[in-house]
Design a protein around this ligand. Structure first.
Ligand code: UDP
Ligand code: MG
Length: 320
């Protein structure tokens, strides 16, 4: 007899669920998810990463474990952010395919059979669920997304419109992502960047099961800055071009001033001077801000701190 039977078989599928303060809805979500999984997959595991919730999310998870087979959990010491939670989940996942999805029910489990079928047929190494409508988002959220996606397209060439973190990744993609040495991560962009064969599936964003979105505008802005600085150095080149443009404008102004001096016409001084000083002053500060964003990113990378710290785990094989 070989000793193979002592090794746990690799599940076909791992589900990775980042969760922050989701106590109100997570049990219902996990039940829905397990129902769908039982119908479409023989061997699966679920990893919920509790991103330092301050409510009863972890307690809910503990009690759900009695009902749901192969449910595992990891709890961070504090809130490290969704990106860190996704990374922790990818490190834990053992499946030949991994699906990342939100804990609030906005990423419908009903889409899983289709995602799996596309991957099983060998047509795709990444199955990206695309939002077909943003009706559940407010006007401001939609405007934010529009501006962010436009900026990303111009600056990085990556088209992220409609893209969500709800995606299936083949083991090869997961291993590639885990091999990235960088600390500052933008999951959605990184998977697009890998260039593995991708198929898209549309889905309507469901309303949250309970609670409200946990993202603050400050967090979203930080995510947008991270995303841009990790994918493109174009803003640095733009500073240079802005400087050239400013110099050209200054030269024109100089010519105009000299002309007025020669012809004896008095230059109306104060207003034009104020405008020029303010314009150049703010352009300089803006440029410093852009440089600062890159510097901050280099600082974060170079410290090489861990992306998260684990407080405790539920189930086997945790603590990676
Ligand atoms: N989330 C997280 N850490 C955070 C914020 C959010 O793990 O700091 C999780 C959250 O529990 C949910 C997913 O990320 O499962 C998406 O968050 P949310 O629903 O607040 O965002 P939205 O749906 O507006 O994108
Ligand atoms: Mg949500």
């Amino acid at each position: 007899m070989t000793s193979d039977h002592t090794l746990p078989a690799k599940p076909e599928l791992s589900i990775v669920v980042p969760a922050f303060n989701e106590a109100a809805g997570i049990s219902a979500f996990l039940e829905q998810l397990a129902d769908v999984l039982r119908g479409c997959c023989r061997a699966y595991e679920i990893w919920v990463i509790d991103d330092g919730s301050r409510d009863a999310t972890w307690a809910q998870l503990r009690s759900a474990q009695a009902q749901i087979a192969n449910l595992h959990g990891v709890r961070f010491t504090r809130n490290f952010g969704k990106e860190a939670a996704i990374l922790a989940g990818l490190r834990q996942a053992n499946g030949n395919a991994v699906i990342v999805m939100d804990a609030d029910g906005q990423h419908p489990p009903a889409l899983l059979p289709q995602m799996l079928a596309l991957w099983r047929s060998g047509q795709a190494q990444i199955v990206a669920a695309q939002k077909v409508d943003r009706n559940t988002d407010g006007l401001l959220a939609r405007l934010n997304a529009y501006c962010f996606n436009g900026l990303m397209r111009v600056l990085t060439g990556l088209d992220l419109s409609g893209a969500s973190d709800f995606r299936l990744l083949d083991r090869r993609v997961v291993d590639a992502l885990l091999a990235f040495p960088e600390r500052v991560r933008f999951f959605r962009g990184m998977t697009v960047w890998t260039g593995f064969v991708t198929k898209q599936l549309g889905f309507e964003v469901a309303p949250r099961i309970a609670g409200s979105s946990q993202w603050s505008t400050a967090q979203l802005t930080r995510l947008a800055i991270t995303a841009i600085t990790s994918f493109s150095a174009k803003p640095l080149g733009m500073i240079f071009r802005l400087g050239l443009l400013g110099m050209l404008a200054a030269l024109l102004l100089l010519v105009q001033a000299l002309y007025s001096w020669v012809t004896g016409v008095a230059v109306s001084g104060w207003t034009s001077l104020t405008v020029v000083v303010l314009l150049f002053g703010s352009a300089t500060l803006l440029s410093l801000g852009v440089l600062g964003a890159y510097l901050a990113q280099i600082f974060d990378e170079i410290k090489r701190r861990p992306e998260f710290l684990i407080q405790e785990s539920l189930g086997d094989q945790a603590e990676k």
